[in-house]
Each structure stands twice: as structure tokens, then as C-alpha cells.
Design a protein around this ligand. Sequence first.
Ligand code: NAP
Length: 302
Amino acid sequence: MYDIIIIGAGPAGLTAAIYARRAGKSVLVLEALSYGGQIINTPDIENYPAAAHISGFEFATRIYEQATALGAEIVFEKTEAIRDDGSEKTVVTAEKEYKCKAVIIATGSANRKLGLENEGSLVGRGISYCATCDGAFYKKKTVAVVGGGNTALEDALYLADIAETVYIIHRRDSFRGDEATVSALKERDNVKFIYNSTVTKLNADKRLTGIEVTDKNTGEVSSVMLDGLFVAVGRTPENQSFSDIITLDEGGYIKSGEDCVTNVPGIFAAGDIRAKNIRQLVTAAADGAVAATGAVKYIDTL
Ligand code: NAP
């Protein structure tokens, strides 16, 4: 029986682990993939206080080491269900069932797909959802990034240092991401912007050879020869393991206020999985602290 089980070892979950351990509670962190969550894909974090430049991987590794040094136990198993029996909760993975007094859900979100034919089979053969993981394969090649948020912009900037040509394809005429990154991209000679357009077809031989792009205003379809396509069109909430007991909003995120409390006493939500306006590293870490403090208080009143 653990005091607290945290589901997800991203910045929110690991921050929660640090706070819960420092409050003297036993902590198990369950993680389906690898620690760090989506921040490991960010090449250079520039907006976290007191860390003007740090790679996402290094940042994640530091929190991981901090949490484990404090005694948080981390097990790499995918959570399949949460059962609530009042003061005792059960977290079910494919391998085992774990019991605890309080749960913090920090599962974050997964890459959204374009939904095009062959998209799945071309992953690793020209299609990628992670520029920092796969960008090095495209040295002096032609690539495109789809999306208009900070991830797409930062991916394009990262790839501009590696690839010969980087197209950035966005379905609107202005970006959702930070103006500073847009300005930096506009200064690069090898970055070409394709606005008001969506990718409507993937052309492939054994691997991706190009794409068809449709202009939303004119309906005109054009072909772009590519070696790689980086998809950065946002994320979808990882809510499958608890959507039967936790109240979600219309987008599938956990309905919870700034106190990170959910509809189930003793189950808290932290980070990107929580319905909120600003999904940033700093707000994920803040949620981790709030959720852990809430969970500790909850346990102490049992
Ligand atoms: P995002 O902000 O949700 O942006 C997703 C982009 O993809 C939007 O421009 C959206 O277009 C577009 N899109 C969505 N579905 C599409 C589709 N089917 N086809 C084509 N385009 C599609 O996602 P994100 O860029 O991954 O960022 C997620 C959060 O993390 C944001 O809050 C972001 O600020 C944050 N983030 C922060 C940093 C940082 O602070 N350094 C770095 C990366 C991400 P519309 O604009 O038309 O909706």
C-alpha cells in the first residue's frame, strides 16, 4: 500500500513526486513510456525561470534524478484502470495491481495525428512527430513541418539548422505560437511558409516521397517533394484509463480547478491532462506541487 500513486512521469508527475516525498509520503510513479513526457522533445527551453537555456531531455533528467534521489519509486508500466473504493484506490497496469490512499493523474497528452492514409505505416519512414528525436536523419534534405503552434515553430527552427529546406505548412494565415519564434524563422533563408493550407495526401514509395497540399481558399492542390514530414498539430488527452470514473470536459481533459481536485475524493489531476488555459512547463510543475500538497492533506485527514 503506497500513500500516493502518481500516473505519469512528466514534469507535473515528477514535481508531485518531489513534493509528496518531501512531505514524508511513500510514492510510486507509474509511467507508460519514458520519463519526461512531451518536454523531452523540446530542443531548447528558454522560458523556465532561472534556466535561460536547457534542453528538454536534460530538464526531464534532472527532475527524474531529483525525484528518485528523494525516494520516489518509478515503475515503467502502462496504467489500464483506476478503481476507487473510498479510502483505498487501486491502480491497475497490464502487469499488476497497486494499492494506495491517493492518486495523482498526470498522464498528459499524446501526439495528434493528421488522420491521412498511410500515416501510421510511414512513421519512421519519413513521418515523425519529434524533430529533436529524428531531425538528424534529415541533414541537407528537404523537410516540412505541419502546424502553427509553438511546437511546430520550434521544430521548424531546429530543423532549419540541419535540413537544406524546411517548409512550414499551416492551415491559417497567422500562427498560434510565439511571435518571437515566427520572427526568428522569417530570418532564415531556408524556411519557406505555406499558409492557409492543409496536407491532404502522403505520397510514398517504400518511404515518404512527398505530399499534396490543398489551399483552403482556392482549393488548388500542389505537390511538394519531401524527404521528411514532421507533424506538430497539437496533442490529445491521455484519458483512456480513467474516463469511466473521472469527469472530463468536452475536449477530454479532466475537469478540475487550480486546486487540482477532481470529482473523486483522493484523486487529483496535474499538468496538461487538467482542463486549463495555459499548458506550459511552469504550469505543469505548479500543478504537481498543488496536487501533491492536496493529496498529502487528503491522506492526513483519512
Ligand atoms: P497547439 O498550440 O495546440 O497547436 C496546434 C497547431 O496545430 C495549431 O496551430 C492548429 O491549428 C494546428 N492543427 C491542429 N489540428 C490540425 C490538423 N488536423 N491539421 C493541420 N493543423 C492542425 O499545440 P503545440 O504546438 O503542440 O503546443 C501545445 C502547448 O504546449 C501549447 O500551449 C504551447 O504553447 C506549449 N508549448 C510550449 C513550448 C515552450 O514554451 N517552449 C514549446 C512547445 C509547446 P489552429 O491554429 O488553426 O488551431
